[in-house]
Design a protein around this ligand. Structure first.
Ligand code: ADP
Length: 500
């Protein structure tokens, strides 16, 4: 019997999930486990790779069991994962050499400062599209080789494997037979050259990383090997893989240059598809691989907002002026007038395009009749204004592409995308339609799309775009003058909190 379903493993920072999708892209069963976090010192964050592997197996079995299907119904497995998190393990035994160093971990801040002081950033940026920052994997791996006794010697002898979480899971799923990654995860390491689409010898030298540690880089929809029968009772091919934000881009079927996917959770991650040319950002946004099919790369500009849903959490848990996040929608709709009250949620500084880490938040434009509704509305509006800031930066970068490019559609997901009032205001503020999909589990869906593509469940990108289904489209309806006036008010509020 040919498989009709795809199993997506979504290994995130705080939990591991498996979702079984049918060929129409509908989720039929889900299982999830919270992931243990380790904070050995201030600024350090670790995960136990064995926890990750155990949880992945448990949720795969759980999802299959809940579906009531036989394992033979699964045509393929797709993997998506928290990006940049570094794992180092023994090639012979598969045992981790230490805990995984998580993307949030800042232990390599001093090393990054030294590399920048040595003038390395320009070369790194030109080759990888990224910045020198502890966030990315290379300095985490360098730290392991430096601090674990014998690690460098063993690495040089070819006895160790490095990988991000995708590679780690694949290695275990295939019983240690395959040490590979995909181009999107590779593009987040600081070791991958966007132009050559391969590991870069100069970058390996810069970070003192032996080449033998690295996984082989494959397309996002590719043959990644066979998951052992020990997982689900039958061998199942792994045919799709992508980092979480890139998987969401695929799950949102953002296959045309000019399409943006934006995920609104605690923070917000937006990726603009810029097509075949990896143009570097003039606003310190990142250039990254969006996806690679048949060896042909498509690139994206990525921008993030530190505080999105977190501002609503603060209203709920800090100020205690709302009882739950969804109630923000009704309050915003009830607020008086079109505002004048602005919240700049620069709780941890301002990100793109301001890059002011010392800025702090503010509420401006308060009057005697400002109430809870107006403050809540200002918090929601801030999400839209920050997206507009990102989009203006993306627009300016996209202008530098040969032929130029205009961002034209925003596809949204994440917890905040449920808020209709916010989605309408977002469309109004951006002046482009905002599309919310029927399936909001876009990260897992993207992994399923990729795996299904290579397994033959979908004939190509067009078929994936057809499998993506709209829940609701929000058209911009604010007139241009009002839109400009509201945004000017935001920019004025931002000016008040900037330190530089
Ligand atoms: P994460 O994956 O970062 O944990 P989620 O995608 O689960 O985030 O979204 C949760 C965030 O979205 C929370 O910060 C919450 O305050 C916010 N949120 C959830 N529902 C709504 C809503 N209806 N309106 C506004 N904010 C919401």
């Amino acid at each position: 019997m040919a498989g009709t379903h795809v199993l997506a493993i979504d290994q995130g920072t705080t939990s591991t999930r498996a979702i079984l999708f049918d060929a129409a892209g509908q989720p039929v069963a889900t299982a999830q486990r919270e992931l243990r976090q380790f904070y050995p010192q201030a600024g350090w964050v670790e995960h136990d790779p064995e926890d990750i592997w155990r949880d992945a197996q448990v949720v795969c079995r759980g999802a299959l069991e809940r579906s009531g299907l036989d394992a033979a119904a699964i045509a393929a497995i797709g993997i998506t994962n928290q990006r940049e998190t570094a794992v180092l393990w023994d090639r012979a035994t598969g045992a981790p050499v230490m805990n995984a160093i998580v993307w949030q971990d800042r232990r390599t801040a001093a090393l990054c400062r030294d590399l920048k002081a040595d003038g390395a950033e320009e070369m790194v940026r030109a080759r990888t599209g990224l910045l020198i920052d502890p966030y990315f994997s290379a300095t985490k791996l360098a730290w392991m080789l430096e601090h674990l006794p014998g690690a460098r010697t063993r690495a040089e002898r070819g006895e160790l494997c490095f990988g991000t979480v995708d590679s780690w899971l694949l290695y275990r799923l295939t019983g240690g037979r395959v040490h590979a990654t995909d181009a999107s995860n590779a593009s987040r390491t600081l070791l991958f050259n966007l132009q050559t689409q391969d590991w870069d010898g100069d970058l390996l030298d810069l970070f003192a990383i032996p080449q033998s540690l690295l996984p082989e880089v494959r397309d996002n929809a590719a043959d990644f090997g066979i998951a052992d029968a020990s997982l689900l009772g039958r061998p199942i091919p792994v045919t799709g893989m992508a980092g979480d934000q890139q998987a969401a881009t695929v799950g949102q079927a953002c296959f045309e240059p000019g399409m943006i996917k934006s995920t609104y959770g605690t923070g917000c991650f937006a990726l603009l598809n810029i097509g075949a040319e990896p143009v570097l950002s003039g606003h310190r946004l990142l250039t990254t691989l969006a996806y690679r099919f048949d060896g042909v790369p498509t690139f994206a500009i990525e921008g993030s907002i530190f505080v999105a849903g977190a501002a609503i959490q603060w209203l709920r848990d800090g100020l205690r002026i709302i009882s739950d996040a969804p109630s923000s929608e009704r309050l915003a709709a009830d607020a008086r007038g079109t505002g004048g009250v602005y919240m700049v949620p620069a709780f941890t500084g301002l990100g793109a395009p301001y890059w002011d880490p010392d800025a702090r938040g503010a509420l401006t434009g308060l009057t005697r009749d400002t109430g809870v509704a107006e403050v809540v509305r200002a918090a929601l509006e801030a999400v839209a204004y920050q997206t507009r800031d990102l989009m203006e930066a993306m627009r300016a970068d996209a202008d530098c592409l040969s032929g130029g490019l205009t961002p034209h559609t925003l596809r949204v997901d994440g917890g905040m995308a449920e808020n209709d009032w916010l989605m309408q205001f977002l469309a109004d503020m951006l002046g482009v339609p905002v599309e919310r999909p029927a399936v909001t589990e876009t990260t897992a869906l993207g992994a399923a799309f990729l795996a299904g593509l290579h397994a033959g469940l979908y004939s190509g990108r067009t078929a994936l775009a057809e499998a993506w289904r709209l829940d609701r489209r929000f058209e911009p309806r604010l007139d241009e003058r009002e839109r400009a006036a509201l945004y000017a008010g935001w920019q004025d509020a931002v000016r008040r909190v900037r330190t530089g």
